[in-house]
Design a protein around this ligand. Structure first.
Ligand SMILES: [Zn+2]
Length: 319
């Protein structure tokens, strides 16, 4: 069973000509509606302010609120805020929190929060890379409050999740793993960044990387480390901008590769997380590629048949 969550308030966060736009979420929801997955997105309560403040400096959140209420504008060359952006951001983080609660309550095995603005670049006290609040990081602290100690965050967005890594790189009980184009925005995510306790694993990939190396990074590098870490819950920063059709980045990952990666993640969730995972949308700027890729992942998560690692191995080798 899958919980599909969204934040309708995302529509209030938009800037003319910006690639991070409301149509992204609309495209995903439309692609799901056209598929046979049979899920309709549900709204969720805003993230509690107490959880947001465990990820972000309260004075930073106040600064964002002031920027929004004074009419908004650009916080940096990439990152805008509108009068309604903080409503969107609080509800985006809230959808991830709700996904964590549903999964931990046993109401769903997997949850996907189809939300924006994205979150993984947002630092403790800095907005960047289209991100205001770090949705997946707020999900981590929500899971902590439910007694989950060992949490893995898997980030397959084409950009390194600097904000998420920095939030947890000194926390021995959070494992952060990322594949990303490198060198590329935001500049972090070198293979030498391993976290205070060896709890960070970055696999930087050169421009032009295609399915085989992308899936190989997850299967052969990240998979064994994840197995050694033994998480109780998997959270996934699901950005689809490594897609070959994405206009913002230069990796050549196909929709089929996202399907294979979803099979791996599902397999790890069964091995380590009691079959549970919570996914949050990050990037992905080609609307067709984004919709198709999300549907491919949901089809994998929906299927009750478990895909063993042997299947994943053989398909990755063929890729
Ligand atoms: Zn991205």
């Amino acid at each position: 069973m899958i919980a599909l969550l969204a934040n309708p308030a995302q529509i209030g966060h938009q800037a003319e000509g910006h690639p991070e736009r409301p149509e992204r979420v609309a495209a995903v929801i439309e692609a799901i509606a056209k598929s046979d997955i049979g899920l309709v997105p549900e709204p969720a309560p805003d993230a509690p302010e107490t959880l947001i403040h465990r990820v972000h400096d309260p004075s930073y959140v106040r600064m964002l609120d002031r920027a929004a209420s004074s009419g908004g504008g650009y916080l940096d060359p990439d990152t805008y805020i509108t009068p309604l952006s903080m409503v969107a951001a609080r509800s985006a983080a809230g959808a991830v929190v709700e996904g964590v609660q549903r999964v931990l309550d046993g109401k769903a095995k997997h949850a996907l929060a189809v939300v924006r603005p994205p979150g993984h670049h947002a630092e403790h006290a800095k907005a960047m890379g289209f991100c205001l609040l770090n949705n997946i990081a707020v999900g981590v602290v929500a899971a902590r409050d439910r007694g989950i100690r060992r949490i893995a965050v898997l980030d397959f967005d084409v950009h390194h999740g600097n904000g998420t890594q920095h939030s947890f790189e000194s926390d021995a009980e959070v494992f952060y793993a990322s594949t990303h184009q490198y060198p590329f925005y935001p500049g972090t995510g070198g293979a030498g960044e391993r976290g205070t306790h060896g709890n960070v694993l970055n696999v930087p990939l050169p421009a032009g990387t295609s399915d085989r190396a992308f899936l190989g990074a997850w299967e052969k590098k990240i998979g064994p480390s994840l197995d050694a870490f033994k998480p109780e819950l998997l959270l996934v920063s699901a950005g689809f901008d490594a897609h070959e059709d994405d206009p913002l980045a230069g990796l050549d990952v196909t929709t089929d590769a996202y399907r294979e990666l979803a099979r791996m993640i599902k397999g790890w969730s069964i091995a380590h997380g009691d079959g549970r995972s919570v996914w949050a949308l990050e990037g992905g700027y080609n609307l067709h590629a984004l919709g198709d890729s999300v549907v491919a992942c949901l089809e994998v998560l929906r299927d009750s048949a478990t895909e063993g690692s042997r299947r994943v191995d053989s398909e990755a080798d063929r890729g």
